[in-house]
Ligand binder design. Structure first.
Ligand SMILES: Nc1ncnc2c1ncn2[C@@H]1O[C@H](COP(=O)(O)OP(=O)(O)O)[C@@H](O)[C@H]1O
Ligand SMILES: [Mg+2]
Length: 355
């Protein structure tokens, strides 16, 4: 049992630089938590605090039933994989993978067995006798992962491990990671600024901004019910349409069109959110529609990302993802806004209004 718990963790580098503010969360065994947020929001700092490479200003790090806060990194039994692979250039792949184990004076037979297991899982068998200089970026990153896996740590920490790989390889290693970590018992904390990685890999996602935890939940929950405007804009690609609007009775006016507010809402100003993939060509019975002229079509292969100006208020634009084989006209294109897929946020607090 090596549940990881962060209690009220705060890190202040100075009065103005406080990248981690009162962060509390738990990662159970077998859970894959992704910390996601824009560059500079404090993700790496959180990992460094967990690893003991940095000391918190306040708060505690608990692993299993041990408060590890006072312990140096070497006593925490944590494996960390960084964006830059940091392999020993003069050692073979085999020795690089084994390096952490040799330092712990494990019997040679045990080391060999663990290296073989990790190498098999990561497809490194043909490369074991090579030096890092003779490997591709993806292969080097696999070696760094293998080195972490053989250590059998209580917690895995991974800091943007895919961001040095090109797009194709990133997709492939991402799929590998998912399979490899599915069998791991220890909690995993994975850092990325890439929301696709967060969505595909995690059992739990923590969205961070400005040192604050914005939302913690299963990827589907974060996608379906973002807690505030920041999360709504950060998670989902293409980005959600987010339109600030004033209240008109129990509706808002979206150009020439009225959209009913959720019942019971008292907010004076609101932000209407609708994902491009949820705006669609109308079907019979669709009560809530908008129309407008299309000014941009981006071909994404499977679908077209269509931008239109809303009729009645050309300053309002919407982006819709329409199937590539659909037929529609650029002039006065009508789209349905399914009410159950609209996200409402308070115009002032930016917090979610509807369930
Ligand atoms: N040693 C340090 N001293 C002062 N400021 C730091 C230090 N390390 C990080 N920071 C600042 O803390 C903030 C968060 O950094 P970081 O955790 O690396 O963000 P992320 O990994 O999310 O991109 C940034 O503003 C960064 O400049
Ligand atoms: Mg970072």
């Amino acid at each position: 049992m090596s549940k990881l718990e962060l209690q009220n963790l705060t890190k202040a580098y100075s009065r103005d630089i406080v990248p981690v503010k009162k962060l509390s969360l738990a990662v159970e065994d077998n859970e894959f938590l992704t910390l996601v947020g824009p560059s500079g929001c404090g993700k790496s700092t959180i990992l460094r605090l967990i690893a003991g490479l940095d000391q918190p200003t306040e708060g505690r790090v608990i692993i299993g039933d041990r408060d590890v806060s006072p312990l140096p990194p070497g006593d925490r039994n944590i494996a960390m994989v960084f964006q830059s692979y940091a392999l020993y250039p003069h050692m073979t792949v085999r020795d690089n993978i084994a390096s952490g184990l040799k330092m712990r004076n494990l019997p040679a037979g045990d080391i060999q067995k663990r290296v073989q297991e990790a190498s098999g899982v990561l497809g490194l068998d043909p490369l074991l006798d090579r030096k890092p200089a003779k490997l591709s970026g993806g292969q080097r990153q696999r070696v760094a992962l293998a080195r972490a896996l053989v250590r059998n740590p209580d917690v895995f920490l991974l800091d943007e491990p895919l961001s040095n790989l090109d797009a194709l390889l990133r997709e492939q290693v991402r799929a590998d990671l998912k399979q490899i970590f599915a069998d791991q018992k220890s909690p995993i904390v994975y850092v990325t600024h890439d929301q696709t990685e967060a969505m595909t890999l995690s059992t739990k996602v923590a969205v961070l901004s400005n040192g604050h935890l914005q939302q913690l939940g299963h990827p589907n929950e974060i996608y379906k019910t973002p807690a505030n405007r920041f999360v709504a804009s950060f998670i989902g690609s293409p980005q959600m349409n987010l339109i600030p609007l004033s209240r008109v009775g129990n509706d808002v006016a979206l150009g020439d069109f009225r959209v009913p507010l959720p019942s019971g809402s008292t907010a004076k100003s609101v932000i209407l959110g609708i994902r491009p993939e949820h705006l669609r060509l109308p079907r019979e019975g669709d009560a809530c529609t908008v129309s407008g002229d299309v000014f941009l079509v981006e071909n994404l292969g499977m679908s077209d990302l269509v931008s239109l100006r809303v009729q009645g208020d050309p300053s309002l634009t919407l982006r819709a993802l329409l199937p590539a084989d659909a037929t529609w006209s650029k002039e006065n294109l009508r789209l349905a806004l399914p009410p159950e897929l609209i996200h409402w946020f308070d115009g002032d607090t930016e917090q979610r209004l509807n369930a």
